[in-house]
Design a protein around this ligand. Structure first.
Ligand code: 1HE
Length: 266
């Protein structure tokens, strides 16, 4: 099985720190981190590998002033793709983003500048979105004569509801600031998004990996099920997770009164 050291990366940088937290950095700032097929291939490889490499959490960040300008429009234009060609491109995007959403490793996205089109589709496959003050969100597909192909109809509609998504696509409406938080495009709006994302990742990395695996895969799977099947699956997952050794140790500590209490600080 291929490991992190076997990955061939050009458009994305990957670093792992001593706590097992991976920093995944989009690294095409001259092209505003537009997502060409090579970048999508690298995302597939990275997010297929992280879960089995013992990674505790991942930060998804970008070099330059913008998180991502979405689909590489120049590549798409130059390749003169057929409908079948582009369908296969989209399937590859889905492969990458599904590996992120269902992989079981917590992914925290650090957002700045443009988070538009496919860039928003990428951000919405992360589990937590942290935005800096200059972040803005858009779905300019309509203006470009395009349609979303990287899962926005599922994930962005899930975050903000279909009426807002349709408005963004028809009118070109951009969201930023507190309004972006209020509608659900991001959960945090902070001065230093990078620092906040690391703080969240370090907190998440303290949880037992099996708990994080369930949180970062089971909830998404269960949303695709009927309530009856989801309740069944939840019971099965809880059966496995809630009887793990790490849970026994933590509950023993709680029973002794030595575990941290759940109370607001400050
Ligand atoms: C690109 C792309 C791109 C920039 N594909 N090359 N996405 C969009 O419609 C957004 C298109 N981009 C923009 O509106 C602007 O570039 C930004 C607001 C993001 C940034 O503006 P700015 O002034 O900082 O940069 P720039 O001068 O526009 O671009 C710098 C370079 O990046 C330039 O290349 P250069 O070789 O001439 O220097 C641009 O061509 C290049 N660049 N964005 C390719 N997107 C699965 S379906 C998903 C459908 C979608 O994602 S639709 C949304 C597409």
């Amino acid at each position: 099985m291929r490991g992190l050291d076997d990955l061939q990366l050009t458009n994305i940088r990957l670093e792992v720190d001593q706590d097992g937290i991976a920093a995944v950095t989009l690294n095409r700032p001259a092209k505003r981190n537009a997502l060409d097929l090579a970048t999508i291939d690298e995302l597939v490889d990275i997010f297929a590998t992280l879960p089995r490499a013992g990674i505790r959490a991942a930060i998804l960040r970008a070099n330059g002033d913008h998180f991502s300008a979405g689909l590489d429009l120049v590549e798409h234009h130059q390749k003169e793709r057929s409908a079948a060609d582009f369908m296969h491109v989209c399937l590859r995007w889905h492969e990458a983003f599904n590996k992120m959403e269902y992989g079981g490793v917590p992914i925290i996205a650090v957002l700045k500048g443009a988070v538009v089109g496919g860039g928003l589709e990428l951000a919405s496959a992360a589990h937590i979105r942290v935005a800096g003050p200059d972040t803005y969100f858009g779905l300019p597909e309509g203006q470009r004569g395009l349609f979303t192909g990287g899962g926005a109809t599922i994930r962005v509609a899930d975050l903000i509801g279909k009426a807002r998504m349709i408005d963004m696509m028809l009118s070109g409406r951009l969201y930023r600031g507190q309004e972006a938080v209020d509608v659900g495009l991001c959960q945090y709006l902070v001065e230093d998004a990078e620092a906040k994302a690391w703080e969240i990742a370090r907190a998440a990395a303290q949880n037992p990996p099996l708990s994080n695996f369930a949180i970062c895969s089971a909830i998404s799977h269960m949303q695709n099920m009927s309530a009856l099947d989801a309740a069944y699956a939840e019971a099965v997952v809880a059966g496995v997770v809630n009887t793990q050794e790490a849970a026994r140790e933590r509950l023993a500590s709680f029973a002794k009164g030595t575990a941290a209490k759940v109370k607001p600080t400050g």
